[in-house]
Design a protein around this ligand. Sequence first.
Ligand code: MG
Length: 168
Amino acid sequence: MVIKGETLEEVARQLLIERGVTIRDIAELVMFLQEPYIMGLQIETCIENVEGVLTKREVQNAIITGIQLDILAEEKQMLYPLQQIVEEDEGLYGVDEIIALGIVNVYGSIGFTNYGYIDKVKPGILKKLNDHEGPSVNTFLDDIVGAIAASAASRLAHDNPDKSQITQ
Ligand code: MG
């Protein structure tokens, strides 16, 4: 994989694309989370909020770390027994969720609720990432994508307190 980006943000964004996740995919998750609470919510607004989350250094660090670990697992470069744990996305491992919570942490408590919910329901791109097909490993990526969406939804909720405070 050739990384052309120079800044941390550029590299993080490029890695997401390389791993099959677009900004729009994440924006659709934000729409899924916030549509019931914000009347007339537009996908463009969701995209803006995803873009906002991606400017945070904590988020960029989580993206490059998680994706690097997924790639190492794909290349079978990890130590025993971590190789098998990550490759098989073992349920009790939990470090993938911890990295994701580092993202959600930036945006307060609504972010945690949203993350837990979306991780359980797995709509859209999350389902695609979770349905392991072929040799690709997305153990860290699915949680990171869910956390970015949850954070963007939380950011959006904070911008629309009248509409979303009561129902969340
Ligand atoms: Mg995972």
